[in-house]
Write a protein that binds this ligand. Structure first.
Ligand code: NAD
Length: 441
């Protein structure tokens, strides 16, 4: 699905006109291809909290040129600022002092990453750390040119777990993620032998893999080294086979709402793989209608596919002890699940329920080393959004800080980051892949 406005806004004539009229300016986004350097220029590392040293080690290991605080360069690929030691509102002067001179040197698709401390107890420190959320969310809205800003809350003792998340956020893998608050905790997070193959040796299930976000997820997980079992309804069998063949994976035709769906999935992984490491509950449907006009079938089908199936399948896989230690369970929610949406009481209920599954399971499974997270996509150009009324889709594409829709690969990259062994410190998170959508902000 082409975005004609974005093409026009980036053309010779369009660029000037769009700027003069104050219209949204959707910049081309830097996206990842294997072998890319982590960033395309120097990174300013500022602040002197407990995360700065470990962050420096991550950057140095990735052969990034690191500039010291107040260091200057004509251009910066990213600013990483460690605010974990800020304890009083007066300390916030340091945020301005460190970032104000640097932010204008940020290149297009640049990155600002702020580290904060989630577990302060003194009210002044809690207030100061919370202030950083407002700062980062506002900065994400004003950076422009495809740049993003994120807050990473680093639990005490989790400083050594930053590599996977810092690398994801700096790279083109996080092109459509902005304004997010991500918690990094102390779980086991082994560093991969090869950062280009962080999922080597892992077995994954991706539901709804015949097209859209699911197909992109199968491709990205396979690219990163996983063996992928692709699942979709029998009616999508041809597309499913093409995706599975393309990733040298397996195709399984199954309607997730069938009474024996969970049992059949368990049988498959028990018989062929002796378990699995990654479960991506991506299959989803919409049946939009205002509640007064919504029939039983429209309500129940959406809940059955989007919420009941992930719950039942995950529970069955856990009961059968098929999710290996270090497993990764990833739900696909939606910004509609956070903000609500007219005509989507069924869909928003199901997608909010997915967030509930994350909240319910993450603490329970932590001691088995299994993480549970969700992504919440905004407007992503797929068959699902192609069905939106054109004017509504056009408006929705612009109503975010990056002024464009995301691509399926943007959600897939975020899922792959959450799926990695090295992301073991991240659990119970809901990460929006929405270009910092105004909905649910
Ligand atoms: P899509 O319609 O392109 O793909 C969904 C896939 O799920 C299809 O291949 C479909 O056949 C499969 N599926 C549906 N019911 C199934 C069932 N009973 N059993 C097995 N498979 C089934 O949609 P998409 O845009 O790629 O969306 C993927 C996920 O992302 C969904 O959960 C959706 O709710 C969510 N999402 C999408 C967007 C977006 O903008 N596209 C935004 C927010 C959330």
């Amino acid at each position: 699905m082409t975005d004609r406005y974005r093409s026009f806004a980036n053309s010779g004539v369009g660029r000037g006109l769009v700027k003069r009229l104050g219209l949204p300016q959707p910049a081309p986004l830097r996206r990842y291809t294997p072998g890319d350097p982590l960033v395309t220029g120097p990174v300013l590392l500022a602040g002197a909290g407990r995360a700065a040293g470990p962050a420096r080690a991550v950057l140095t290991a990735a052969a990034v040129e690191v500039l010291p605080e107040r260091g200057t360069a004509p251009t910066l690929a990213a600013i990483v600022y460690d605010a974990t030691d800020l304890a009083t509102p007066a300390d916030l002067a340091d945020v301005h002092a460190a970032l104000h001179p640097a932010v204008r040197s940020l290149i297009p698709s640049g990155r600002v990453i702020v580290f904060s401390s989630p577990s302060e107890s003194a009210p002044a420190a809690v207030a100061t750390q919370q202030a950083l959320e407002g700062f980062v969310r506002s900065l994400g809205k004003e950076l422009g040119r495809g740049s993003t800003a994120q807050l990473v809350r680093v639990a005490p003792g989790a400083e050594g777990n930053l590599a996977s998340t810092l690398r994801f956020l700096l790279s083109g893998r996080s092109a459509y993620v902005s304004g997010q608050v991500i918690d990094v905790g102390t779980g086991s997070a082994p560093i991969p032998a090869d950062w280009n193959r962080p999922l080597a040796g892992r077995v994954a299930l991706v539901t709804g893999a015949a097209g859209g976000i699911g197909a992109a997820t199968a491709r990205v997980l396979a690219r990163d080294g996983a063996h992928v079992v692709c699942l979709d309804v029998p009616a999508a069998g041809d597309e499913l086979a093409a995706v599975a063949n393309g990733v040298s994976g397996e195709a399984t035709q199954l309607d997730l709402t069938a009474a024996d769906a969970a049992e059949r999935i368990c049988d498959l992984f028990a018989a062929r793989h002796d378990g699995l490491d990654i479960v991506v509950h991506n299959a989803g449907v919409t049946r939009d209608r205002t509640l007064g006009r919504m029939g039983d079938a429209e309500w129940s089908q959406v809940i059955a596919v989007n919420l009941t199936a992930p719950e039942r399948i995950t529970q069955a896989l856990l009961d059968e002890k098929l999710v290996r230690s270090g497993g990764r369970i990833i739900g696909v929610s939606s910004i509609a699940g956070l903000a609500g949406n007219r005509g989507q009481t069924n869909y928003a209920a199901s997608k909010a329920g997915v967030i509930g599954l994350v909240r319910g399971w993450a603490p329970v499974l932590a001691d088995r080393g299994i993480t549970v997270n969700a992504v919440a996509p905004g407007v992503i150009d797929t068959a699902m959004t192609a069905r939106m009324p054109p004017m509504l889709r056009e408006a929705a594409r612009r109503m975010n800080s990056l002024a464009q829709a995301g691509l399926p690969v943007d959600v897939a990259e975020t899922i792959a980051w959450l799926a990695a062994p090295a992301t073991g410190g991240v659990t119970g998170n809901v990460v929006r892949v929405c270009g910092q959508s105004l909905l649910g902000a």
